[in-house]
Design a protein around this ligand. Structure first.
Ligand code: NOJ
Length: 751
């Protein structure tokens, strides 16, 4: 139902997008022409002009300072300027009042929408639909570029396995494969087929690298990453985005094994440019070059600029290290002019690729690109498919709209907060909350009593009114969660339960005896052990954006069957983090557990069994990676292989029959997992290698088929070499990482 409709809408967006924006004639310069243009420019540029191109500053409007710096050739890029008239005026300064007429590139954090806000990236990952991520990014590019923003700092493809880290909101979860697929989709969406066309933005794959491994889930913190972990888990999404043509990369704030990313030659020169053959432009993170002084690897800005230039960071965001120090470094012979020329070349190449030399200005006469009906429709469907049904004892769907609904809780009418982190440009009055939507859906049968007005509120005095109203309702819809400001950059939490008095409010609602549907809108996994018992159903929506309200209404009534699956594990309690499905077996895997309340008093030391689990949390998360329920049920056959054996350069296909065994149409995510049984290094017990979301009518069976090339079974050894080792591999296809069915065995042999 909904899925087919989405495809139709996607088509519409593509066509409408092109006609509304108008295209430039197909005259994009060839690579050779671009390089020749750069050579010509470089030969005319003074060292000051070169260094100016490497400087990125945050906008201050059409201010005297900006005008002065642009005219002096000291600015290559401006971030955070989103007014089209101002952008044009600043650009005119660069084009008309500088010697070489080099355009400025304007950038912005357009992370999950510009005006039309889509679910936060982790929510987009929960759709398991790369086509939705691509479409959302395309719409973001269309909206943002219409005011002159041609460069976004997205996608973030940092693997995140620690839900305390606030930036878990901005990425695609814990798994390298899923993150790679979604990252590539975002790059394609932003950039389209031809970056020089209007309506596109350069993508910026970030943060290179390892940022998600911050110790303790605390932002900006240290990371320790042995090479095999870096290579197998953290680098693959970056490689995928580089190979998909991501025009730019951003470094990260953290150090890896003591080397801050801004000084990491290995990452930028050896891996990104050397091994992957990428020729885009690298920008630092905000002041990350200067922060190497705090890291304690640079004595001063001079030193920091020296390290960053040698590492291959082309543009300095807001640290004033290059603009203030690079010239001196060149005259002292510490940084060669060849290095500077290469950096400038990378910046100019980006500007040529974007067609900025030919079309530097925003066409302010075009109709508005914001909130187009098809954009809102795409945001709605993405929000619907990102919602994950975690539990349901049959209370959902509500079906009959005549049911008397009490809507309560701090996220029920949170115009600001349901948009989540990084939604600088959203407009509150354009956001449709559950309250706004339910008024239409349930009409007179809706009662709204907030109970708590914001998520951290501890004062329970408003809850009595909600409890009282519950007496007259058939069902309670409790909108819980986290405010936007509790996740995202620099917003980490050591306790990831529902903040404030929300759980206590839920207890009081439960005491009414009325069925409760808890809906959680948050920026990260939330621990819900008690809430899952108190609720008759739980729907989890990572901050869903502009259309969150209607999306929820459609799901509650059953107009839309939920189909989101988790892109990250949900721990029972915070002490389990980092927790992820792709763990090693260890030498002492757990089959049976004796939990804390079962241990007899004065039991012997070894009586609980000496295996790997927590006495108070067991072994598993509350909800595992890949998990998500539907209003229907699905059955998976045992996987079938096209051959039982393949060579180390071969390929097999894996097939599985999926049947909708329930009474309504629904979509499920078939997931392919593998395990290398015996290898020279201990390997994870499961690794995702493919997925497909399919929609099935009641009773329908469909065969899903995955291609599994031997190259997908490779891993990095201790010598930093990628190897495919012969031996047995177990293969599962299931709708979560629990992999309940029997595995097929594939034998890999030397070619
Ligand atoms: C710092 C953040 O780490 C990065 O993700 C963002 O793109 C820049 N600031 C620019 O705002």
């Amino acid at each position: 139902m909904i899925i087919k409709k989405f495809r139709k809408i996607c088509g519409l967006v593509a066509i409408a997008g092109l006609s509304a924006i108008t295209t430039f004639p197909a005259m994009s310069a060839t690579d050779a022409e671009i390089e020749a243009n750069i050579d010509r420019l470089l030969s005319q540029m003074t060292l000051d002009e070169k260094v100016g191109q490497l400087n990125q500053l945050s906008g201050t409007g059409y201010s005297d300072g900006m005008i002065r710096d642009i005219r002096a050739g000291k600015i290559g890029s401006i971030l955070n300027e989103v007014d089209a008239e101002t952008v044009n005026k600043l650009q005119r300064e660069a084009m008309e009042n500088t010697r070489l007429h080099i355009p400025i590139i304007f950038s912005r954090d357009v992370i999950h929408g510009f005006k039309t806000i889509f679910p936060i990236p982790i929510g987009q990952a929960a759709t398991w639909r790369p086509e939705m991520v691509e479409q959302g990014s395309r719409i973001s590019a269309r909206e943002a570029s219409s005011v002159g923003v041609r460069w976004t700092f997205s996608p973030m493809v940092d693997i995140a396995r620690d839900a305390r880290w606030g930036r878990v909101a901005e990425g695609y979860g814990e798994d390298p494969y899923l993150t790679s697929v979604m990252g590539v989709a975002a790059v394609r969406g932003y950039q389209g087929d031809d970056l020089s066309q209007p309506g596109t933005m350069a993508a910026c794959t970030k943060h290179f690298c390892g940022y998600g491994a911050s110790e303790g889930g605390r932002d900006y913190n240290t990371t320790w990453l042995p090479r095999p972990l870096l290579r197998d888990v953290y680098l693959p999404p970056f490689e995928a985005c580089a190979k998909a043509g991501s025009a730019t990369f951003m470094c990260s704030f953290n150090d890896i094994n003591g080397v801050p990313s801004s000084a990491n030659k290995f990452l930028f020169r050896d891996v990104l440019r050397g091994e992957w053959g990428w020729n885009g432009m690298v920008v630092s993170d905000w002041n990350s070059i200067g922060e190497m002084i705090n890291h304690g690897v640079a004595a001063d800005k001079h030193d920091a600029a020296d390290l960053a230039a040698h590492a291959g960071i082309d543009m300095d965001m807001q640290a004033y290290c290059y603009i203030d120090e690079l010239k001196q470094l060149v005259s002292d012979g510490k940084v060669s002019i060849e290095i500077v020329d290469e950096m400038v070349r990378n910046v100019l190449r980006l500007k040529y690729r974007l067609g900025l030399f030919d079309h530097p200005y925003v066409d302010t006469t075009l109709p508005s690109q914001m909130y187009l009906p098809e954009s809102l429709e795409a945001a709605l469907h993405t929000a619907e498919e990102s919602a994950v049904l975690l539990t349901n004892n049959g209370v959902l769907p509500l079906g009959d709209k005549k049911v008397k609904v009490l809507l309560t809780g701090p996220m029920a009418d949170a115009h600001h907060d349901q948009n989540g982190t990084w939604s600088f440009d959203m407009e509150k009055d354009k956001t449709i909350t559950p309250l706004d939507a339910f008024k239409k859906t349930f009409g007179k049968n809706l009662t709204y009593v907030p109970g708590l007005t914001y998520s951290r509120q501890k004062d329970l005095s408003g809850v009595d009114a909600a409890v009282e109203a519950a007496a007259k309702a058939d069902v309670i819809i409790f909108l819980a969660g986290e405010e936007a400001v509790l996740s995202g950059e620099a917003h980490c939490r050591a306790d990831i339960s529902l903040p404030g008095a929300q759980t206590e409010m839920l207890r009081r609602l439960k005491a009414t005896g009325k069925p409760i549907v808890t809906v959680v809108m948050a920026g990260r996994p939330i621990t819900l052990p008690e809430e899952s018992k108190l609720s008759d159903a739980i729907i989890f929506m990572f901050h869903p954006g502009t259309m969150g309200g209607p999306a929820l209404a459609n799901i509650l009534t059953g107009k839309v069957n939920p189909s989101g699956h988790l892109p990250i594990s949900f721990p029972r309690m915070v002490g389990q983090v980092p927790i992820y499905y792709s763990v090693k077996n260890t030498g002492r895997p757990t089959t049976e557990m004796m939990l804390i309340d079962e241990i007899p008093h004065e039991a012997g030391q070894t009586s609980t069994g000496c295996t790997t689990f927590w006495l108070d949390a067991g072994l598993d998360p509350l909800y595992c990676f890949g998990y998500g329920l539907s209003y229907t049920t699905f059955e998976y056959s045992a996987p079938r292989l096209s051959a039982e054996e393949m060579t180390t350069d071969g390929e097999v296909t894996v097939s599985c029959d999926v049947t909708n065994t329930g009474k309504v149409e629904g979509a499920d995510v078939a997931q392919l997992y593998v395990r290398d049984v015996v290898a020279s290094l201990a390997r994870p017990i499961k690794q995702l290698k493919g997925f497909e979301k399919i929609t099935l009518a009641p009773g329908e069976t469909r065969t899903v088929t995955f291609t599994l090339p031997a190259s997908m079974l490779s891993f990095y050894d201790l010598d930093d070499k990628s190897v495919i080792e012969p031996g047995d591999f177990q293969i599962w296809v299931d709708n979560s990482s629990a992999c309940r069915g029997k595995a097929a065995t594939l034998r890999v042999v030397e070619k």
